[in-house]
Design a protein around this ligand. Structure first.
Ligand code: F6R
Length: 605
């Protein structure tokens, strides 16, 4: 979703802004813009990619040692040059970039129009910058005071950077429910919605608290104010560039690199689990009779896997909710419930809101997140960090398998706490978990060629069906999601037993049907479901463990994965499905790292 980068220092701002915008591209956007400040503000905005903006700027004035940049993912108003950020106030005195949503923008706009303000764009962001100017004029306030007053009128979420042409070297930055960090270098400031845009020049970092205005002037120490204009403190923490630096290495895309580094990311998740808040989490578990998991998209699929695992091995009831639906359910949450939010980014607005609802009811909360210091990590009582490393590909791959690995560790922790497994059983499962990175490496190398070959048979299809049973059912729906996200082929995932209740009507000759067969008591049943599919001449692709025997002629294509205990299968089976989606999308010439319309962190509800 939208991204912000801003700079104030002694260097030329333009290359810093463009570099930052390129690093933000992975989040998903449909237009980009910059404003550099050199006495006047030079504004340039373009729909399309950052490269389109760069070509457009070639013969434009982009000079200045200060500037603001933005990638926009359209919400209020379509993706046009005019709606792209930065936005300016009516007098052009104020220039602003904004992430988030001003929910009451309509009533604020009507009030401003009543007072003679005119609007150039359809965005809620323009309303905010105009509102600041209205406060400046009406009450003769400083820019900072006017910003504070305006934000007290605003409902919704925001991360904002504001420049006033009358305050030459100054930027103001503030956030609410939307991330914004300040990198502090040698007499220079970098402001961004994501610290991975910072380079080695940032020596320290400030994670701005909500509703705190940072006043950042070139060559001066930062000063922080409340919205009521009282000076407040903010922590300055050391910034470790190595932790956020990312590159594709020798891979053709970030997504492919992330798929192929899953042995390492999973290792980090498993090693890091013991360093999470394990003692406190154990205490929470002692007073827990029911777990409610809330998440979106791929993370929701992890939640379904967790439901199967925790119910089977830890004998605790689990419910899984779409975070976006949580507020519409009248859950009777009580003090023996535990709500777990799962999120790769840690910034998903729906998941954040769902956890806040749980907290407001006094329920214990845990977050399973990859995004360090993310909003969701800060909301939850306790955090399990995935430590998978930054995921740049918009479609989640390594974060998903790390979520599943953390969930396996959590399942064993619950089983130990609730004594649903003996110590010997826990130790045996732990020993298998420790072999997981090895199994993952083996699966990556054994399934790559086959997935590539099968992709040729799928890439021309208009749609595909994915089937699974038991613990492999969520893996089938995740496989379908990956295919649709990156190759734009319509795909549906179903529990295979449900097929005869409707989706079987869709089966026709050559329809790709991808079936995930587990080596447990569900195998015989799913095999008979595949027979129903084959009888209708669909093209059958089976992902199965080596030791599972298929009736002759049942599958057109088979990808064998190692013989692992069935509780490891969700992770192992995900790998060929990721590769299948990847190579299909590649054959179709899709932009795999940044699929259309998708955003890496979905910060709107
Ligand atoms: C799919 C994907 C999305 C996310 C969803 C939730 O590949 O990445 O479905 O899983 O938007 O995002 P997080 O996990 O960041 O809360």
């Amino acid at each position: 979703m939208c991204g912000i980068i801003a700079y104030a220092g002694a260097n030329e701002a333009y290359p810093i802004l463009i570099d930052g915008l390129r690093k933000l591209e992975y989040r998903g956007y449909d237009s980009a813009g910059i404003g550099t400040v050199n006495g006047a503000v030079h504004l340039h905005k373009r729909t399309g990619k950052v490269n389109d903006l760069v070509s457009y700027c070639e013969d434009k004035n982009t000079s200045g040692n200060m500037g603001l940049g933005h990638t926009r993912w359209a919400t209020h108003g379509s993706a046009t040059n005019l709606n792209a950020h930065p936005h300016q106030s009516q007098s052009k005195r104020l220039t602003m970039v904004h992430n988030g949503i001003i929910e009451n923008h309509q009533s604020l706009k009507e009030m401003l129009e009543f007072h003679g303000f005119e609007f150039e764009t359809e965005t809620d962001s323009e309303v905010l910058v105009q509102l600041v100017e209205w406060y400046q004029i009406r009450y003769k306030l400083s820019t900072r005071e006017a910003l504070g007053r305006a934000l007290q009128d605003v409902q919704g979420s925001f991360a904002v950077v504001l420049h006033d042409t009358t305050a030459k070297h100054q930027l103001l930055a503030v956030r609410r429910q939307s991330p914004l960090v300040v990198g502090v270098g040698d007499a220079e400031y970098f402001i961004s919605s994501d610290s991975m845009t910072f380079d080695r020049s940032s020596e320290s970092i400030i994670y701005l608290e909500e509703d705190v205005i940072a006043q950042l002037c070139y060559n001066e120490a930062p000063v922080f104010y409340s919205l009521e204009d009282q000076v407040v403190d903010q922590d300055l923490l050391p910034f470790d560039y190595k932790k956020v630096a990312v590159s594709k290495g020798d891979f053709e895309s970030f997504t492919l690199k992330e798929i192929f580094e899953q042995n390492l990311s999973i290792s980090r998740t498993l090693d890091g689990f013991e360093n999470s808040d394990v003692d406190e989490i154990t205490k929470m578990l002692q007073s827990t009779d029911r777990i409610i998991i809330t998440a979106c998209g791929t993370s929701w699929h992890s939640g379904i896997v967790a439901e199967y695992l925790i119910e089977k091995y830890a004998h605790l009831n689990v419910e899984v909710e779409y975070a976006s639906e949580m507020r519409y359910k009248s859950h009777t949450l009580g003090d023996r419930d535990l709500v777990i939010g799962i999120s790769q980014s840690g910034e998903t607005a729906d998941t954040k809101m769902a956890l806040e609802i749980a907290k407001s009811k006094g329920v214990k909360t845990i977050a399973i997140v990859n995004g360090v210091d993310s909003s969701i990590a800060r909301i939850a009582d306790r955090v399990i960090y995935l430590k998978a490393g930054i995921e740049i590909g918009v479609a989640s791959t390594k974060a998903f398998t790390s979520q599943l690995s953390a969930i396996l560790m959590l399942t064993l922790l619950i089983a130990r706490t609730k004594k649903s497994l003996t110590i010997a059983q826990v130790d045996e499962m732990m020993a298998e978990l420790n072999k997981l990175p090895g199994y993952v490496s083996e699966t990556l190398s054994s399934s790559k060629q086959m997935a590539r070959r099968i992709a040729y048979h799928i890439s021309d299809a208009r749609s595909a069906l994915y089937l699974g049973r038991g613990i492999s059912f969520p893996i089938a729906i995740e496989g379908a999601l990956k295919l649709k996200e990156i190759s734009y082929i319509h795909a549906e995932g179903y529990p295979s037993g449900e097929m005869k209740h409707g989706p079987i009507a869709l089966i026709e000759e050559d329809l790709p049907v991808v079936a995930v067969v587990n080596n447990d008591d569900s195998a015989a049943k799913i095999i008979s479901n595949i027979q129903e599919v084959k009888a209708r001449k669909a093209m059958v692709v089976v992902i199965k463990n080596k030791n599972v025997e298929l009736p002759k002629g049942l599958a057109d294509h088979v990808i064998n994965v190692p013989d692992v205990p069935s509780y490891l299968n969700p992770i192992i089976q995900s790998i060929p499905l990721q590769l299948l989606a990847y190579y299909t999308a590649k054959l179709k010439g899709c932009n795999i790292d940044q699929p259309r319309n998708l955003a890496k962190s979905v910060t709107v509800e």
